[in-house]
Ligand binder design. Structure first.
Ligand SMILES: [Zn+2]
Length: 411
C-alpha cells in the first residue's frame, strides 16, 4: 500500500526566504528537532554553497554518529552536472540529493530566455542524475520547478526521463502557489499512474492553499499507486506567503474528514514534539507564532464567547477537533522572576558551571569544561541571541561538531 512521507524543507526554502534566516547552529537544531519528530527527510541546505560546507559536513558527521538518525539529510542543487560535481567536491559524504530545473514554457522563455529547450532541460536533468550516482549518491530526486504551469504531457515526459536514469522521485513544484486542490489531485493521480514513479508535493501559499494542495496532491499520488512525499516548513515559513506548514499538513492527514479513513498519517511521526519545535523555530527565526496559527497559536485552544466556553467546558469535542496534549501542549512553563545566571559570549567559568549544573550536564574535568565554555561563548557570538537549553546541551555533547558548524571562513 503506497504511503505518505514528509520531507521538510525549512533548512532550504525556509532559510532562503527574504529577510529571515538561521545561523548554522540553529539550522543544526532544526535538523535535530525534525529527527526527534520522526520526519523522514530534511532538505538540509545547499551543498554547492561555500558558507554551508562546514555545517553540512558536520551534520553528515552527526548522522554517521547516530545523532541525526534515522532522518535522511538531503541537499538541494540545480540539475546541472557542474553543481553536482561541486556538491561532491565540497561534501563528499553526501548521499541524498534533489536536483532542480524549471520545466514550464513560461520559465523556459522568460527565465532561460530561450537558451534551454524542453529537450535540453531533460538532458541536463539526466546528466546531473547520472553524475550524482556516479559520485556515490544513494537517492536522487528531481524537481520540476514551476510544474503547476507545465503541461501534463511534458511532466510525464520529465517523470519518465527521470525514472530512466534511476531518479527515485519527482518533485511537483507549485512554485508560484497557483494550483488548487481539485486540479492538483487530478494531475498528480494521472502523473503517478502514467509514470509509475513516486511524486513529491512542493506547494506555496500564495493563494492560501498550500496545505490543501499538498494533501490533495498526495492523495492523488497514493490513489495513482505510488508513494507520496510532502514538502513542509515549520511554522509555514518559506518564500513569499510561505510553504505548506508542517503541523497543518500532518493534522490534515490525520483529522480532515475525507482523510481520516485513508490512514495516510506517517506512523513514525511524534506529534507531541511539535510544540517545543515550533517555539524553538519561532525564536530562532525571530518570527512570532501568529495567535491563530494551526495547533500552536496561542488561541488554538482558547475559548471566550459564552456558547463556545460553555461547550468546551462540557466536553472538549464540542469545539476542539484534536487535543492540545497530543501536540505536547498543556504543561505549565516556569519563568525565572528572580536572580538569573545566563551564559554567553563574555561568560566566565563560575557562571558557566552554575548554568550547566542546572542543565544537569557534567564534565569529566576542568579542561573539558573550559573548552565547552569557550565554544558556548562562540555559539553566542554566532547566533547573537541568548542560547536555548537545547543549544547549550548540544554544544556540550558534541563540541567537535559544534566547532565545525560555527566555523565559517570566506574563500
Ligand atoms: Zn519552494
Amino acid at each position: 500500500m503506497p504511503r505518505v512521507y514528509i520531507i521538510d524543507v525549512t533548512n532550504r526554502d525556509g532559510v532562503q526566504t527574504s529577510r529571515i534566516g538561521l545561523s548554522k547552529l540553529e539550522k543544526t537544531l532544526i535538523n535535530w528537532y525534525l529527527n526527534e519528530m520522526g520526519v523522514f527527510q530534511s532538505e538540509f541546505g545547499f551543498p554547492f554553497t561555500f558558507h554551508e560546507t562546514n555545517y553540512l559536513n558536520a551534520n553528515l558527521d552527526l548522522a554517521e554518529m547516530g545523532v541525526l538518525k534515522p532522518i535522511r539529510l538531503e541537499g538541494w542543487v540545480r540539475a546541472l552536472k557542474s553543481d553536482v560535481d561541486l556538491a561532491f567536491k565540497l561534501c563528499p559524504q553526501i548521499r541524498h540529493l534533489n536536483l532542480s530545473i524549471s520545466t514550464s514554457p513560461i520559465m523556459l522563455e522568460l527565465k532561460f530566455q530561450g537558451k534551454f529547450s524542453f529537450a535540453s532541460v531533460i538532458k541536463s536533468m539526466q546528466d546531473a542524475v547520472k553524475a550524482a550516482y556516479a559520485q556515490g549518491a544513494e537517492t536522487v530526486g528531481v524537481n520540476a520547478e514551476d510544474a503547476s504551469r507545465t503541461g501534463i504531457e511534458s511532466l510525464i515526459e520529465f517523470g519518465l526521463g527521470a525514472k530512466e536514469v534511476g531518479a527515485k522521485r519527482v518533485r511537483y513544484c507549485d512554485t508560484l502557489g497557483a494550483d488548487d486542490p481539485l486540479t492538483i489531485y487530478t494531475r498528480l493521480k494521472e502523473l503517478a499512474q502514467k509514470t509509475k514513479i513516486p511524486w513529491e508535493m512542493h506547494c506555496h501559499n500564495d493563494l492560501g492553499m498550500a496545505v490543501a494542495c499538498s494533501v490533495a496532491g498526495a492523495r492523488g499520488i497514493v490513489e495513482g499507486g505510488q508513494d507520496a512525499y510532502i514538502n513542509t516548513c515549520i511554522n509555514a515559513v518559506g518564500e513569499r506567503a510561505g510553504n505548506a506548514d508542517l503541523l497543518s499538513v500532518l493534522l490534515a492527514l490525520k483529522y480532515a474528514s475525507g482523510f481520516k479513513e485513508l490512514d495516510l498519517f506517517p506512523p513514525e511521526i511524534k506529534l507531541n514534539k511539535i510544540w517545543a519545535f515550533a517555539k524553538y523555530a519561532s525564536y530562532a527565526f525571530g518570527l512570532p507564532i501568529p495567535y491563530n496559527q494551526v495547533g500552536v497559536g496561542s488561541n488554538a485552544f482558547a475559548h471566550e464567547s459564552g456558547i463556545h466556553a460553555d461547550g468546551a467546558l462540557k466536553n472538549r469535542r464540542n469545539y476542539e477537533l484534536y487535543d492540545y496534549e497530543e501536540l505536547g501542549r498543556g504543561e505549565p512553563e516556569l519563568v525565572e522572576t528572580g536572580r538569573m545566571i545566563t551564559v554567553g559570549e563574555y561568560s566566565g567559568i563560575k557562571g558557566f558551571r552554575n548554568v550547566f549544573g542546572n542543565l544537569e550536564v557534567e564534565f569529566k574535568n576542568d579542561a573539558e569544561a573550559t573548552r565547552v565554555l569557550e565554544l558556548v561563548r562562540y555559539a553566542n557570538v554566532h547566533t547573537q541571541k541568548p542560547l536555548t537549553r537545547e543549544e547549550l546541551i548540544f554544544v556540550a555533547k558534541y563540541p567537535d561538531q559544534a566547532k565545525k558548524i560555527m566555523t565559517v571562513t570566506p574563500p
